[in-house]
Write a new protein. Structure first.
Length: 96
């Protein structure tokens, strides 16, 4: 992560600022057809400003730098892939 938004200097506090991603994949077979279940989670921790706070407070005079503080964003994704037959939803053997 950058020390300040839109800069070339990076924050060296790795465990305080950064992006952390975790991905788990499970392969299984359902009715003799292969499938995969993936779970991905991420967390971003950065020293950044807020557009909403800047627009809501006229005292900031549209200067987003005045709203900078440690902020956290997070999310997750669940992905399911299931072949339905040998022709539908299945990769060729050379691509698996």
């Amino acid at each position: 992560m950058q020390a300040v938004s839109n800069s070339n200097s990076f924050d060296t506090r790795v465990f305080e600022r950064g992006t952390y991603v975790l991905e788990l994949e499970t392969r299984y077979s359902l009715f003799s057809q292969p499938g995969k279940l993936r779970t991905i989670a991420w967390l971003n921790s950065a020293f950044s400003g807020s557009y909403r706070e800047t627009l809501d407070n006229p005292a900031f005079e549209l200067d987003i730098a005045q709203t900078r503080r440690g902020r956290i964003k997070y999310g997750y994704v669940i992905n399911l892939e299931q072949a339905l037959s040998d022709e539908v939803g299945r990769l060729p053997a050379e691509l698996e």
